[in-house]
Design a protein around this ligand. Structure first.
Ligand code: NI
Length: 252
């Protein structure tokens, strides 16, 4: 019923007990998940998890905070992983100006090179963007390739611009936070036709479990909040966001 479109069961916090977290997710009717890489090691683990479980898919990529030493050899490995049938997207990739671990020029170079790989493999891109919405928008506009704005934290107005470029808007834990006016506004204003749900676990645990470790089972709370804000049934939010996810990621 629920599709957690972005999780990190490959992270050091969740991986050691991934089987238990998966069982808990299934018990909560979270029956589809995509595990995302952010560097080579996590991408490799994502592919392994997708091979081990029918209902788990993988995305591979090198994120903006992990690309300081990325070179052509690393990108060739990502290129190779993209041949795997259960690798449904290239991500997470993007720009992050909040942390200054990696110079902007380097982030931009690795981001654009990976978009070319996604085009080559005809797979969507999943974007990590923090404090870099305008630059991200320009890159995506110039490249003309569809995908998902993951853990979207920008305005509803900005979301409309990404949607026009062929992007879905994915909402995570922050939409459930009491004082999070901006993501709530996005959930209210953006049509369900363009929304996805995700946990981005182990981070960004939704209310009422804020402060605890996040896990895929919690994606239900994101759906619940969207249903409340849109004055809809939670089943309809689950059904539509699952439909959207299958469409963008090409899952039958
Ligand atoms: Ni993530």
């Amino acid at each position: 019923m629920y599709f957690d479109t972005h999780c990190h069961l490959n992270s050091e916090q969740l991986y050691p007990e991934h089987d238990a977290f998966i069982k808990k997710a299934l018990a909560n009717q979270v029956d589809h998940m995509i595990v995302f890489g952010y560097d080579l090691e996590s991408s490799k683990k994502a592919v392994e998890l997708a091979k081990a479980y029918d209902f788990i898919y993988a995305a591979v990529g090198i994120g903006p905070n992990d690309c300081l030493e990325t070179g052509d050899h690393d990108l060739a490995i990502i290129d190779e992983y993209l041949n795997e049938p259960k690798v449904v997207a290239l991500g997470e990739i993007g720009l992050d100006y909040y942390w200054d671990d990696v110079p902007k020029e380097k982030q931009m170079d690795i981001f654009q090179k990976q978009i070319l790989l996604a085009k080559k493999h005809h797979k969507p891109i999943v974007i990590h963007c923090r404090d870099a919405y305008e630059d991200t928008y320009q890159v995506l506009k110039n490249n003309g390739h569809p995908g998902v704005m993951h853990c979207y934290s920008g305005s509803a107005q900005m979301a409309e611009r990404f949607i026009k470029l062929g992007f879905y808007i994915s909402l995570a834990g922050p939409v459930t936070f009491k004082n999070a006016r901006v993501p709530k506004d996005v959930a209210e204003k953006i049509s369900l036709e363009y929304l996805l749900i995700e946990t981005d676990c182990p981070y960004l645990t939704p209310h009422p479990y804020r402060g605890k470790l996040n896990e895929p089972a919690n994606v239900v709370y994101i759906a619940q909040e969207i249903a409340k804000l849109k004055n809809m049934e939670i089943e309809d939010v689950a059904r539509m966001t699952t439909f959207n996810a299958k469409k963008v990621f090409g899952i039958k």
